[in-house]
Write a protein that binds this ligand. Structure first.
Ligand code: ADP
Ligand code: MG
Length: 678
């Protein structure tokens, strides 16, 4: 079976249907077959109505008394009825599914499957799926359910795939059939897995199928990363000679002693820079670990080799802070530092100086990426908080090096990367970890406070802090009131806090303010013209105000652990003990997730928990934008990842493999684009 055939070749798919399928990314037979069920309806577990308990249920029953009415809220229609068998009856409700009134024959039995629980003052079955019992009983009792896309509902996919069923046995192998692979990658394993996934008899069939398919997916992903790494080795970068004397002098001139972890990371980087192949290194270090100074040493090395460095930061505030710090460190050595953000005046003049090579280090925001920012000899790109940038933005920066040369790339992140992600998503990067905080840092005490207890448990402590002439961040999730989500807004919170802390100077910061307004507020906070800064998460990244010793996070249950950890990292930067208060509704106060952050200041551990509970998007924001679309594999599945990594390594050692395995090499091109330096 030729999986590359366009779906229009399938009997029963006309032009109109094809167009709809194209819209959801299904072009070929393979795309269709790799559209996996999102769940399975198991009608074997149907209960009598008298036996059901709240939760997900399946019943075989008749339906009567269906009516539809408009709800008071516009755009909502409610269809209600009674479903019953000879043991009892329950109420059923659908929203915005008017067709349900016409769907049923009162004389027939149906399988209803959905969640039965207490809502609006009574028990009901809400929005169940319904299937004619007669149809189901004549097939397997364990049926796939596909994600519905507008008019393409699950039964459409069921039917389409059922038509292809006889051909499944002819699906060719994808992975090399060699004794090096794990035992479940045997001949015909793929065809069998795909068959079992779409047409299983039991949950065990699905489990086995998923095991193989997850392996296949991870193998491709990891192989792509390994091949990228090989390709990277074929690029040319300007080698930057290690100058021991000048570097030592620079390090000596720093206002503090480097930690051992900073020294190790610096050494990794300086060695990379000496090579004529581009560095592709991720510098990972918890908030406050001191990554900036490591970047400064790399930029220094680049400058004394007469090349330029670009440092990209996600916000103007952060870029400005970096530029200030780096200028203080580097200007005394005759290295020219410039800041380029949207708010920079006389941009074209500055760009001329960048192009002429007069500027050694440009620190900037996205403003740096425009086509008219050109360099004389860009040899090092540093991207701070790299997960804030998409693939395209990274690419744009890298393309600014002189023709034929690739710059060295140093990405920095405060988000710890669990090992499974290191092997997969970041498999083509070298990683240095700063796993040690500078000496003398004060611990941060974290406390969960139910919203209703703010008056007695929080306000007195904040008053104390302000009295000690220290400062407070107050984080709220939204800018304006949002009645649907009922989250706290910065604007309202600022007013409210002013009534509580009457003498305090309270500032406001959010993403919809103009860049120079934001900078002004941030500068005011940094110079202690403000006692409290009420802000959205725009302060999350990087900013450094050592006199801020408390951070209050409203509606804390809305954030991932990694993000809470980042926010918490805004305090504890000076030599005073610091506090982080997480405000949540009473019923969230005991949630396991929030307890984790109360217990632990280990960002690495928190990231692992996040990965398990909320998936990789939480850790790597930009991956949510469709960059990492794992179909079936789970990035918390470290066992399969380790296995796939081992075999992908062996496979990548033989270049002709990529010619031999055509489908595989076609697949991984797609993944390769995600991280390539090319
Ligand atoms: P991050 O890794 O979060 O980006 P920064 O680079 O902003 O951290 O450093 C945090 C603070 O710690 C800065 O004020 C910096 O000057 C200071 N710092 C960095 N390294 C050291 C060190 N070895 N000893 C003491 N302070 C340090
Ligand atoms: Mg930083």
């Amino acid at each position: 079976m030729d999986l590359t055939l366009p779906i229009t070749e399938i009997k029963g798919i006309g032009e109109k249907t094809a167009a709809k399928l194209h819209k959801i990314g299904i072009y070929t037979l393979k795309d269709l077959i790799y559209t996996f069920p999102r769940d399975y309806a198991n009608y074997q577990v149907a209960s009598h109505i008298s036996d059901i308990r709240p939760g997900k249920i399946t019943v075989k029953a008749k339906i009567k008394g269906l009516t539809t009415r408009k709800a008071r809220r516009r755009n909502l229609s409610i269809t209600e009825g009674i479903i019953y068998d000879n043991t009892g009856s329950i109420r059923v409700v659908w929203f915005n599914q008017n067709y349900r009134t016409r769907q049923f024959n009162e004389k027939q039995e149906y399988y209803f499957q959905g969640v039965y629980d207490f809502k609006n003052g009574r028990y009901q079955l809400t929005s169940p799926s319904a299937a004619l019992a007669h149809d189901i009983d004549s097939q397997s009792a364990f049926n796939p359910i596909y994600v519905a896309h507008n008019t393409l509902k699950s039964p459409f996919f069921v039917k389409l795939l059922a038509n292809l069923r006889p051909n499944f046995a002819k699906i060719p192998d994808l992975l090399p059939n060699s004794p090096e692979n794990p035992p479940f990658v045997k001949q015909g394993a793929r065809a069998e897995a795909l068959y079992q996934l779409h047409f299983p008899d039991t949950p065990e069939d699905v489990k086995k199928a998923r095991e193989y398919l997850a392996y296949e997916e991870l193998f491709e992903y990891i192989l792509a990363a390994k091949l990228n790494r090989q390709a990277n080795q074929k690029l040319n970068a300007p080698p930057l000679k290690f100058n021991a004397k000048d570097t030592r002098e620079f390090v000596k001139s720093l206002p503090f002693k480097l930690t051992d972890a900073q020294r190790r990371a610096t050494w990794d980087i300086l060695q990379d820079l000496e090579k004529s192949t581009p560095m592709n290194r991720l510098l990972q270090g918890d908030v406050g670990a001191g990554k900036t100074v490591v970047a400064a040493i790399a930029a220094h090395q680049t400058a004394i080799n007469h090349h330029q460095t670009a440092l990209l930061a996600p916000t103007a505030i952060l870029a400005t802070q970096h530029a200030d710090k780096l200028e203080k460190l580097l200007t005394p050595l005759g290295i020219k530092v410039a800041l380029l953000t949207g708010a920079t005046k006389h941009k074209s003049e500055l760009k001329k100086r960048i192009k002429s090579g007069e500027i050694d280090l440009v620190v900037g925001t996205h403003a740096l990426l425009t086509d008219d920012t050109q360099f004389h000899s860009l040899a090092l790109c540093i991207i701070d908080e790299q997960h804030r940038f998409g693939v395209n933005q990274r690419q744009k920066l890298l393309l600014k090096s002189p023709d034929g040369l690739a710059p060295h790339l140093l990405s920095m992140t405060a988000t710890p990367i669990p090992r499974s992600l290191q092997l997969t998503v970041f498999g083509d990067l070298d990683i240095s970890v700063i796993n040690q905080l500078p000496a003398g840092r004060q611990p941060i005490t974290t406390k969960i406070i139910p919203a209703i207890n703010q008056q007695p448990d929080l306000y007195p402590q904040i008053r104390e802090i302000i009295k000690k002439r220290q400062q407070v961040y107050w984080i709220c999730p939204s800018i304006e009131e949002d009645h649907i989500k009922e989250t706290t807004s910065v604007k309202r919170q600022q007013k409210h806090l002013q009534t509580i802390f009457k003498d305090a100077k309270i500032g406001l910061l959010h993403g919809r303010m103009k860049p120079d307004e934001k900078d002004q507020v941030m500068t005011d906070f940094a110079s202690h013209k403000l006692d409290i800064l009420v802000s959205t998460t725009v302060v999350e990244v990087g900013v450094d105000v050592p006199n801020a010793t408390a951070i209050v996070i409203m509606d804390a249950e809305n954030y991932g652990l990694a993000q809470l950890h980042q926010l918490r990292g805004r305090v504890g930067r000076g030599n005073q003990p610091s506090f982080c208060y997480l405000i949540t509704p009473a019923d969230h106060a005991s949630s396991r997730r929030l307890k984790e952050i109360e217990k632990s200041t280990d960002g690495f551990r928190l990231a692992e928990v996040d990965l398990k509970l909320r998936g990789p998007g939480e850790i790597y924001g930009s991956l949510q934008h469709g960059e990492l679309n794992l179909n079936i594999a789970n990035l918390a599945d470290t066992h399969t990842i380790a296995l796939a990594s081992k075999y992908a390594s062996n496979f990548a050692k033989h270049p002709d493999n990529m010619l031999k395995y055509k489908e595989l090499s076609h697949d991984i091109k797609k993944y390769q684009q995600l991280t390539t330096l090319n």
